[in-house]
Design a protein around this ligand. Sequence first.
Ligand code: ADP
Length: 870
Amino acid sequence: MVNNSDKSENIENSRDVSRDFLESILETVREPLLVLDTKLNFIDGNSKLFDVFHVTNKEAFISEFEVEEGIFKDLRTILENALPLQKPVEDSVFSVIHPVYGFKSFKLNTRKLKGSDYILVSISLHEDGDDHLDFDEIFSQAPAMICILRGPEHVFERANENYFQIVGHRDILGKTVKEALPEIEGQGFYEMLDEVYNTGKAFIGNEIPVKIDAGGKELKNAFLDFVYQPILERSGKVNGIFVHAVDITEKVEVKRKLEESENELRYLIDTVPAIIWITGPDGQNQYLNKNWYIFTGQTVESSKDFGWLDAIHPDDRPKVEQNFMNTNSERKDFHDSFRLKNKQGEYRWVLDSGSPKYNSEGQYEGMIGTVVDVNEEKVKEQLLKDKEHRIRSIIEEANVATALYTGKKMKIEMANAAMINLWGKDRSVIGTILHEALPELEGQPFHDLLQEVYTTGKTYWGKEDPVDLVIDNKLRTGYFNFTYKALRDEKGEVYGILNMAIDVSEMVRSKEMLRDSESKFRQMADLMPEKVSNVDANGKVIYFNQGWLDYTGLSKLEFEQKGINNFIHPSEKDGFEKTWRYSLQTGNDFEMEVRYLNKKGKYKWHLNRAEAIFDDNGKIQIWICTATEIQKIKEEEKRKEDFLKLVSHELKTPVTSIKGYVQLLLSLLKKKDDMPLSSIPFEKSLERIDQQVVRLTRLISEMLDLSRIEKNKLVLQKETFSINDLVAETIQDINYTNTEYNIKITEEFHCDILADRDRIGQVLINLVTNAIKYSPVNQDIEVVVSKSGKNKVAVSVKDSGIGIDKQNLKKIFKRFYRIDFKNEDTYSGFGIGLYLANEIMKRHNGKIAVESTKGEGSIFTFTLDVALED
Ligand code: ADP
């Protein structure tokens, strides 16, 4: 329409005088005439021409004439073929298929107008040369609604079948429009008709809605395309209106539906959470959905044409623009990723993809695509890239053996020198599959572990795990602390495993050695009769040896539960705990004697010692504690104490006694003038004094002997003498002082011995005096000299005294050991006689033994080697 009006304007401008003349000729000729230039452009035509072809005016004719496929197709073809039309075309027949009036044939003649570039084309109806068309025939066939209205009141003159149909077959002919169609009042039609009638200008209505009574119950809502064409008299005055209308209701509805669905689509496109764009064939922006404007803050104006490119980061824009234009001209799929500025001025990474689109005729219409914000992903990807780069450099530079495996097959992606060295391989293993690079791992648990880490994503920590590796062609076992750590991609999926390993073989071996030595130490500690324990810095017992278990008779668990302290004698417990606490606090050595309860329920004295072991910082690491049984020492100490008490008592008694007698004698002697000397009990007193002196002498000599023996200074004066003589002499001596006792000597054997005569005599005296001392009732004592085995002589002293109970039998040969009696005085002694006897025998390679029954008497026997004959 616009184009056509432009053209007609041009035509108007080109008018000149000759054209005025031409026009008047045209209008006077009664047959249709057409003037064209030599390029077949329309110059002019007469009204007959428009009548014949049922076009309303010049514009309508031009638009029809200039379209290649229009109704004048045949006419144009003839003219084009005859170009440059120097020669006239004569009586060429062509036909026109008019959309309304149907098929008609025409004859064509042309003449070039002299002195101009115009061609005059005359057209006449072919069949009969009659220009009058049968309107009724045409009307009835026409698919349009047609009627002719006459006069200013628009009286229906003619109407075709279609017209009658739309007005519900009302009787309209001869009636004015107002009379015939009262329902259209107020819809603007009357006014339009008046306008056309009054102005003589045609009216073209497009998609005009009309409510009309088509004979149904309700008014029909229809849409019409129609033309009100004024019918002119020859004078040019309007005397009627030709109405030509097409019911396009269906088309309009379809269009409306289409619009609706288009709107829906548009709404959909706008609500899609993505940016959608459509570009034209030249790449210019045709459409951008709401999201684009929301995202970029651009306006429709600023994004117009190529304005959308302005939102791209300046660094990315040239590349994107180039890519887009290339892709557009090649009509390929478009993909690009770039930074797009958002409303806040921040650049976000986006992914832009588009596809070419074609219309139903296969013509390229441009592209349609989407823009998706992938900033997070991109940033993550970048981070991942950075991370991987970092990992790579860390791996390369790490002192720790490190390798990276990728994929389920464990491809060695990276391995640093330390790792390659550890494997005993070279750099050629990089890029190969782990199990191919290290076939010796077959049958070891590592492949399974790696697969597990790969599937579960859980890190595996190997601690001192043995690994067999072929190094220098030898299978060697090493120990490693290592990790298998899953590496994840940006989606969080495992794509590889990072392996770091530290060779701890040395440590493991030295630990093993330590364990060995520790177990040796434990064995040793367990074998020790001593009780050993380890206590930590807080005083908690962390180790105790077998000694404790043997002593307490408990199992390990029982002992652990009960605790060492519970075995301490109640009277020492508090003191022990206090002292021990002090040591724990200060780190000072601990030493204390306490009694521990043994498995038989008896307390035994122990010397407890504890010493702290400090670490490099001076902190207590551990306490090493020992408890040594000192029961015997304790007892001996007690005996020694008792002995000393006894000695002082024993020394005092004879001295007091001697002093008493001496004072008595002296006082009597002072009175000698008053009383006869004979009445003074000299003999008795002196005897008593002598006895006490003997006792003192014995005491002192025993003490001396004891100290000699203890200092190992007992010197033996060995000589060969007759044991029988020694026995006889000794008993004789004893008999002097112990007249009331009956000592019998039985000599079954006679021999000499090589020995210290005085010492053997001393032993015999001791045995006999004991026999006397411990036989308060029965005074029969027998001394027997007999042969004992080969080359030995035995001397036994047998009494029928108080005897010794079994438990004391062995102990009596010990220092200071005396059997406790209720009446101390009855059996006074120092408890060293038998000890000395035993020591003397030992030094003579002899033996002393006792047989005794409590209450029946005892037999003490010493045995010595018989002296060898010369
Ligand atoms: P003591 O000077 O006390 O007699 P010994 O060493 O000679 O010292 O004897 C040790 C202990 O052996 C005595 O205290 C006594 O209990 C016991 N004993 C020694 N000989 C006899 C004996 N013949 N009969 C009974 N007990 C004896």
